[in-house]
Design a protein around this ligand. Sequence first.
Ligand code: HEM
Length: 122
Amino acid sequence: MTSIFDRIGGAGPVAAVVEEFYTRVTADPDLREYFAGADMAKLKAHQRSFVAAALGGPQEYRGRSMAEAHAGLGVTAEHFDAVVAHLTGTMEDLGVPADTIATVAAALAPLKEQIVQARLPV
Ligand code: HEM
């Protein structure tokens, strides 16, 4: 079976989605403060590889775990949902098929408990 990564067209479309997604997230007054101290170039690179790996692409994700990356940020459930909405909205606007978007959204749902109010493992 072809992976979602292949179905959406590979690394190019993934990079385009990630770029537009962060433009939207950092323009959102409810969300942008979370990203004030982040190295956006590095974050985008990690996000590209995370998304590519999550969609079944060939590349391995080598960034931090979701709990580590978000520890201490105090992400709320509401803000998690808002970020997911920006991601699905971006994919819609960039022409990703609805069934693929639904698959991606379903894959993100289990990350919520790792990201919301994340703490470092003790
Ligand atoms: C929807 C699911 C999410 C995924 C898949 C995701 C994925 C990632 C990845 C791959 C990184 C980079 C990790 C690294 O550098 O090693 C990261 C970092 C980050 N994420 Fe998320 N994220 C999600 C949700 C959120 C939410 C909801 C927020 C805030 C509202 C957020 C804020 C951040 C910030 C600020 C960083 C940078 C942290 C730093 O540089 O220290 N993320 N995320």
